[in-house]
Design a protein around this ligand. Structure first.
Ligand code: IVH
Length: 677
């Protein structure tokens, strides 16, 4: 058989199977049969690369080649939506349109998906280009990534030229599963969806559970919006079935019900009721929506109403969340952290939100800026995440004079070293960067760490400037008397400084360790280390020297990333010297034994694991405390070193393992007896 025809045949089958699997969620062949065909096509494509089609179903798995996100002009106008926050606002909007036109207005209400906007361009039924919204005129070409999304048809059943707007999103349930695998590093489904679209490797994007709903179609037609949606469905696009149509024409409503099963219908005066009801249903959905969109259905009326330079007059968003605040992004400052990580910070025209004035907000990294498509001079919307942390949520209006997207500079503004990109962030890798040093000293003395409250940020800056200190250990060795005579330093103040520095030497090991501010090693990691026997710098150093990551990664709650950080830090000569110098200064280098002198140390040397539930020890940490008070240690995993398993009802695999290892198993009653003197 002609190879070309064979390729076409297999491709057509696979595309059909993909459509049933991804869009209809109703597979029509077994996984085996699908894989067999898929592999067959891959084999042929490998042999005849020149015959491989751009839209081959094998492209769903993406490639490892770096994408470049070229920009391209949109050929349809991709406006954003005007918005209202109240039901009255929406009712007024509807009334105004209905009253102002000779045509009978019909309305559609759709869910406003909270994801990433996409425009798909098809020529003769073949996906040519996928563009992000960009600044509304030009978008980024993200075609290769979009091809990996199973729900998006690569080839349409009809050879038509069409542009389709839609939203790429991630289901809440799938986000949770996915995020767990990555130690919850993604903040929400929207950012993961938008970030994935711009991921440089489409093979990675292929692994992200992206979905899509198509909500606008642009092609030659004289129809209404719901008919277009029905056409989009027939063209194999996924269309959201939570949709409502309001019209005075009952026949029309009945006809549309047949074409789009699941659609809610009603007369125009029922729009508000629907909005109210559907808003209540919002939390039951397995995807995030941030509002509803009310659209005029008739295309002729849409054309009559027209659009402003930003919004169509024929649609409006009903937004759930009360307005945060709008302001202008005046500048972006570049901060370099103690570990060299670069953080761009938004400098905002001060604006009041929920009772306080916000003038700055972190922008995290270049990726975050790219996703927002943010530039200096833009009008932006600011919120307070969790009611506390100010965040730039989105661009409301690009700066007309300069609509460019901000790019982080290539070198460190404090030391001139070229930034290095590592993952999503830029880093200043110069360990002697004066800003990194300043930040690490400020962190070390801060409240929550060594808590040397007489050394505020200003004083530290002064000491650095004058050359009194050049490193953290210098805090403990510089001659404080030299401060006498410097402006603002009277004897009393110097005494206070001396005293608080001296006092800080009494801080425990965990505090000293945390105050070093080693990347990835915060309070929780330090406490886990100590609990698991790594209770001195010496012990950690010894373990790190073996390079055996499992020594640390086995610690419950740790994982490979923290373990790798530890090994890296404790193999770094500068950091080891820092620790040695602090030891010389008299700081605590090991944890005090956790003993309670009032209790007899009956569990000394024992290693306990606790599993199941208990009547008298709820939470289980109460039992752990009792064991530790008596000199015992509590760990999370049963190993050959475990001496006792305290087991209550509901104990699972830990009990099985302990039985196998012949470890003493203690129930609650016996345990209470053991606690009694
Ligand atoms: S219609 C010209 N319908 O909301 C009208 N937009 O500010 C085009 N969105 O960037 C928009 N769900 O990404 C429309 N059902 C929906 C939508 C929707 C989400 C997003 C879209 C757009 C933004 C509007």
């Amino acid at each position: 058989m002609d190879i070309k025809i064979k390729i076409e045949e297999i491709s057509a089958k696979l595309l059909k199977y993909q459509y049933h699997y991804y869009v209809l969620a109703d597979p029509i062949v077994s996984d085996n049969e699908y894989d067999r065909l898929f592999d067959q096509l891959l084999d042929i494509e490998k042999k005849y690369p020149e015959l491989t089609q751009k839209n081959s179903p094998t492209k769903r798995v993406g490639s490892d080649l770096d994408n470049t996100f070229a920009e391209m002009e949109h050929s349809v106008s991709v406006l954003s939506l005007d918005k209202e926050y109240t039901g009255e606002g929406i009712t007024k909007w509807v009334d105004k349109i209905s009253a102002g036109s000779d045509m009978k207005a019909e309305y559609v209400v759709e869910e406003k998906l909270d994801g990433a906007s996409i425009v798909l361009y098809y020529k003769k039924g073949i996906l040519e280009t996928a563009l992000t919204r960009g600044d509304g005129v030009r978008g980024n070409v993200v075609t290769e990534n979009v091809r990996t999304i199973g729900q998006i048809p690569l080839v349409l059943p009809e050879e038509i030229d069409i542009a389709v707007r839609g939203e790429i999103f991630i289901k809440k349930s799938e986000f949770e599963r996915f995020n767990k695998k990555f130690e919850n590093k993604y903040s929400n489904p929207r950012n993961l969806a938008a970030g994935s679209l711009r991921n440089l490797r489409s093979s990675i994007v292929a692994g992200v559970p992206l979905n899509m709903f198509a909500y606008e179609g642009y092609y030659k037609n004289g129809k209404g919006h719901v008919e277009i949606l029905s056409d989009l469905k027939a063209l194999n696009f996924p269309v959201n079935k939570n949709l409502a149509l309001f019209s005075g024409d009952k026949n029309f409503l009945d006809q549309m019900k047949k074409e789009l099963p699941g659609i809610t219908t009603g007369s125009v005066d029922k729009i508000f009721d629907y909005i109210e009801n559907h808003t209540k249903e919002r939390d039951k959905l397995d995807y995030d929506i941030d509002g509803l969109v009310i659209k005029v259905n008739g295309i002729a009326l849409r054309e009559e109403l027209g659009e402003t330079s930003h919004h169509p007059r024929w649609a409006i968003a009903y937004k759930f969340d009360s307005p945060a605040a709008e302001t202008i992004l005046e500048d972006i400052a570049i901060q370099v952290g103690r570990n060299g990580r670069v953080s761009p910070v938004a400098i905002l025209a001060p604006v009041q939100i929920a009772g306080s004035i916000v003038a700055r907000a972190t922008l995290h990294n270049q990726e975050y800026i790219d996703i927002l498509e943010l530039g200096i001079g833009d009008r932006v919307s600011i919120s307070k995440r969790g009611d506390i942390i100010p965040a730039v949520e989105r661009v409301i209006e690009k700066d007309e004079k300069d609509p460019s997207i901000y790019k982080i500079r290539s070198d460190c503004p404090f030391c001139g070293t070229e930034f290095v990109k590592d993952g999503a962030h830029h880093f200043c890798k110069n360990t002697e960067c004066p800003e990194r040093l300043r930040r690490s000293i400020v962190f070390f003395v801060a409240k929550g760490q060594m808590d040397i409250d007489t050394l505020g940020e200003k004083t530290i800056e002064f000491l650095l400037e004058k050359g009194f200190i050049k490193s953290i250990p210098d805090i403990y060795s510089f001659d404080q008397n030299k401060l006498l005579g410097e402006e603002g330093f009277k004897e009393k103040k110097i005494d206070n400084i001396k005293n608080s520095i001296e006092e800080s030497k009494g801080n425990d090991f965990a505090t000293v360790f945390t105050a070093l501010g080693f990347e990835g090693i915060g309070k929780v990691a330090v406490s886990d280390l100590i609990k698991n026997g790594f209770d001195s710098f010496d012990k950690i150093r010894e373990a790190a020297e073996t390079g055996d990551i499992e020594l640390f990664s086995d610690i419950p709650g740790f994982g490979d990333i923290t373990a790798r950080f530890l090994i890296e830090h404790f193999s770094d000569k500068d950091k080891l010297k820092l620790i040695d110098d602090l030891a010389d200064a008299g700081l605590r280098m090991r944890a005090e034994e956790r003993k309670n002198p009032e209790e007899e140390q009956v569990f000394a040397g024992d290693i306990w694991v606790i599993t199941g539930s208990f009547e008298n020890f709820n939470p289980r940490s109460i039992a752990a405390e009792e064991i530790e008070k008596r000199g015992g240690k509590v760990t999370n995993t049963v190993t050959s070193k475990t001496t006792h398993l305290l087991a209550g009802p509901g104990a699972g695999s830990k009990l099985d393992k302990a039985e196998k290892l012949k470890i003493k198993i203690i129930n609650e009653k016996t345990f209470i007896k053991l606690l009694k003197p």
